[in-house]
Design a protein around this ligand. Structure first.
Ligand code: NAG
Length: 390
């Protein structure tokens, strides 16, 4: 038995423990059964482009053969969108969680106590802080880093670009040098606020090139003309920084807003039935064509940052998803994120148009339009739309 080897450098396990995986499968499976029964038994549900999407999932069934991650991106019309929309997938897909979505769930709703936390974690939901509710929110929170890594492939080697002379040259490979890197190499947990602790799914080989779903509107938006809010920039980090560029499938959800309308009255917590739901899957985006040039510019920025830091003799110790201050806040970086976000929003609008909905007012895509919303954050807005808590 190679006991010594295990003591000196325990390799990270390739997948979570069997009981964990079994419980996760039960949670995912039960959720799918309930969602499917609700969509098809109590409501009328139509899918568009589902066969095409199932083909993509089928090709990804085997983790070892996966060559890239998968991003699905959609509008967000109700508190039940996730998990409800995944009820359109045949149940067998939920019984293979490694080929099912990871979703970003609100910390202040899904992770408020141990039981909820456990349930959502087993259901492949990642704890996400929203700036409005938490000082740990925003584009650079650890869960976005976690998502980038899930979409990519571990292990994530550290890159040492320069070591300042003041540091002993024998600095160990495993010494965490970047104070704000929540994932010290091989760690199976991470913290979203410095004191809590969550499993780090990206540490497992079995989760490589995973599927991440994102609602970039960041909150429920029920618009009378079914137009979209502006998209938040988190999606752009997933597209710019994941390696290789993941497959991207835009989606459009319609009808869930009637199941859980923000204006509904007592009993508010009960979903309504007998509604018409449509879930549309767009074609896979031609990622190279739409984002290739922007990703090349991003890589160039990263390179320039590294060279500048090397010149200054500043130590660079970055893993996938880590960013220097310059890469977080420079004008160039922000411009790239803005452009990626506009382009992915257009892809979702194409799916919306395929449902026969008239084009939205071009102003809808601009942040400025939404600043006019003023201090009122939820409820009915001046334009007739309803904005939800989540
Ligand atoms: C982090 O989250 C945990 C669990 O929600 C909470 O108990 C703790 O106070 C938070 N820490 C900080 C620094 O906010």
């Amino acid at each position: 038995m190679p006991v010594e080897k295990a003591i000196t450098s325990p390799p990270p396990p390739s997948s979570p423990t069997l009981p964990w995986r079994a419980t996760s499968t039960v949670v995912m499976g039960m959720t799918a059964v309930i969602s499917r029964a609700f969509l098809y038994g109590l409501n009328k549900t139509e899918t568009i482009g589902l066969d095409r999407f199932l083909e993509i999932l089928d090709a990804r069934k085997d983790v070892q053969n996966r060559e890239r991650g998968l991003i699905t991106v959609s509008n967000h019309v109700s508190v039940v969108d996730d998990p409800l929309v995944w009820g359109v997938l045949p149940i067998r897909y939920a019984l293979n969680p490694s080929n099912h979505r990871w979703s970003l769930g609100s910390y202040d709703i899904c992770f408020t106590n141990k039981i909820l936390s456990k349930f959502f974690t087993l259901g492949q939901v990642l704890p996400t802080h929203r700036s409005q509710h938490s000082s740990f929110g925003g584009l650079f929170q650890p869960t976005i880093t976690q998502s980038i890594r899930l979409l990519s492939s571990p292990p994530f080697p550290k890159t040492y670009s320069a070591v300042p002379s003041s540091r002993p040259s024998t600095v160990s490979e495993s010494t965490p040098l970047l104070a704000d890197d929540p994932f010290s190499s091989g760690s199976l947990t991470y913290s979203t606020n410095g004191t809590d602790s969550f499993p780090a799914p990206s540490a497992y080989e079995a989760n490589r090139h995973a599927w991440v779903h994102i609602f970039p509107e960041g909150r429920i938006h029920q618009h009378p003309k079914k137009s979209l809010r502006y998209f938040k920039w988190g999606i752009s980090r997933l597209i710019l920084e994941s390696e290789p560029l993941p497959d991207i499938v835009p989606m459009f959800i319609d009808g869930n807003q009637d199941i859980m309308h923000e204006s509904r009255e007592f009993p508010r917590f009960l979903p309504r039935i007998g509604k018409n739901v449509r879930v549309a899957f767009g074609e896979k985006v031609d990622g190279e064509k739409v984002f290739g040039e922007l990703r090349a510019k991003w890589k160039n920025l990263v390179q320039l940052q590294k060279e500048a830091l090397i010149k200054k003799g500043a130590l660079m110790d970055m893993e996938m998803g880590d960013l220097t201050e310059g890469l977080k806040h420079s004008k160039e970086a922000q411009a790239l994120r803005e452009e990626v976000t506009l382009r992915i929003r257009k892809e979702v609008l194409k799916v919306r148009a395929s449902l026969g909905l008239p084009d939205e007012d071009p102003k809808q895509g601009l942040v400025e339009t939404w600043i006019e919303e003023g201090p009122k954050r939820t409820g009915q807005m001046d334009d007739g739309s309803f904005v939800g808590e989540t």
